[in-house]
Design a protein around this ligand. Structure first.
Ligand code: UD1
Length: 414
């Protein structure tokens, strides 16, 4: 429950990246010995990944913010529907399990309902390396006895498929080349993690990755990168509500497309090595057109929060969602709060209004939830955001962070 209308002031620190943690946790399957990941974040999606690892026979221990994982005793079990449907990233285990056991079985993955989210690019990638894939009764069976290194050309730079294939190829004899891959910073972080554990991966951050197979990976320590989507969410919250906030543990170059839009709208942003200061002291002007595209362009994971900002800017903004066909769940809720938004196909036309008003609204997915919280922080009066379990998938106790910045916000039982 939020009582809106306050400016945000102070310092907030960004946690480690959920989307980097997820594939790295799957990557631990390939390591012999103990892996220590620092700055663990208390998120339900990461908890699910731990549960999957434990079910497969790994040891998992949380010591303060340090997550210790040991997959020495891992068994080649199936990942059942109950676990796989809880988190989309469960699919990345397929690549890791194939890499380790040359065989893997998993139920179709779940995750936020933001589109059909097929997995054909993952499976065709495995097939290109000689894996026999059988889909039946809701499960995917991958037989990799004849798996060999090779070349995989992706039809689209899918983040998850890039990560799956990187994991799958680490222990293969010879060099595997992945072309037209995702360039997201989380892919670079996965490469850094794998190399720290003894892999030979190069090229992440460009559109071609080469993986030179090694015999085994060892254990070790790794610090996961900071969450660029969380940092972007705070940037957008301050731009929407006004105020002056220093965002610590935030990497400017991971959010260049967003920062360039905010600067165009007359928001003041100062960047430092690992922090960003954002100041907004007046109503911002709308951006004419924003479209979501793979990194380094504007991310789909900030589209809903950006739409909240555009709802209260002066002018008109067209937002085109190119990644997921069902990612406008927040539109109806923002309208309840007084926003003027019309959707046609994959585009939303947002006509800025002077003010939003408090209402009962319902999160339909993780980032939609984050967008509604920002709307509540801006709105006049009380807003109740329902379904906060979506928000808990990707933001660590978000209400406490905003409270530190002066917001009136509290978690209540639904
Ligand atoms: C990752 C992020 C998610 C983000 C998304 C796009 C994680 C854990 N999640 O999701 O937060 O919103 O990138 O930046 O890192 N596609 C196919 N076939 C496939 C795979 C994907 O058609 O086999 C399509 C998807 O439907 C979508 C597009 O490719 O339209 C991008 O998906 P992808 O990059 O794979 O997203 P995820 O890895 O699921």
């Amino acid at each position: 429950m939020i009582y809106g209308g306050k400016k945000l002031e102070g310092v907030v620190s960004v946690e480690a990246s959920k989307n980097a943690f997820l594939p790295i946790m799957a990557g631990v399957v390939l390591c012999d010995g103990q892996v220590q990941l620092s700055d663990y974040v208390d998120l339900s999606d990461l908890d699910c990944m731990r549960q999957i690892l434990q079910t497969l026979g790994a040891k998992s221990q949380l010591s303060g913010k340090k997550l210790l994982l040991d997959t020495t005793g891992l068994e080649n079990k199936s990942i059942t529907h109950t676990l796989a449907q809880k988190v989309r990233a469960s699919i990345i285990f397929l690549g890791a399990m194939l890499g380790r056991f040359k065989k893997a079985v998993i139920a179709y993955p779940g995750g936020c309902k933001i589109g059909s989210r097929p997995i054909d690019i993952h499976l065709n990638g495995f097939k290109a390396l000689g894996v026999r894939v059988v889909e039946k009764h809701g499960y995917i069976y991958c037989h990799g006895e004849n798996m060999r290194c090779g070349e995989v050309v992706f039809p689209f730079p899918s983040v998850g498929a890039t990560e799956s294939l990187m994991l799958c190829a680490c222990l293969l004899d010879g060099v595997t080349t992945l072309k037209n891959v995702a360039k997201e910073p989380e892919v670079v972080d996965l490469q850094n993690f794998l190399n720290k554990m003894g892999a030979k991966v190069r090229g992440a951050g460009t559109d071609c990755i080469e993986i030179e197979g090694v015999k085994s990976l060892h254990g070790g320590e790794f610090a996961v990168m900071s969450d660029r989507i969380v940092a972007g969410t705070y940037l957008l919250a301050v731009a929407t509500c006004g105020g002056d906030v220093m965002i610590e543990n935030a990497i400017y170059r991971h959010n260049e497309s967003l920062i360039s839009f905010l600067r165009q709208s007359a928001c003041q942003i100062d960047v430092f090595d690992d922090k960003i200061r954002v100041k907004a002291d007046r109503r911002l002007s709308s951006i004419e057109k924003i479209q979501t595209l793979p990194y380094p362009h504007f991310p789909t994971d900030l589209q809903p929060q950006m739409m909240t900002l555009q709802s209260v800017c002066s002018g008109v903004c067209i937002i085109q969602e190119n990644l997921f066909e069902n990612r406008f769940g927040h539109v109806m809720e923002l309208r309840k709060m007084g926003a003027n938004i019309v959707v046609k196909d994959r585009s939303a036309c947002v006509v800025g209004v002077e003010q939003l008003y408090g209402a009962d609204v319902f999160a339909t997915d993780l980032r939609a939830g984050a967008a509604l919280v920002i709307a509540g922080l801006k709105a006049e009066g009380y807003t109740t955001v329902h379904n906060v379990e979506y928000i808990d998938r990707g933001y660590e106790r978000i209400e406490e962070k905003y409270k530190l910045l002066g917001a009136e916000i509290k978690r209540i039982e639904d």
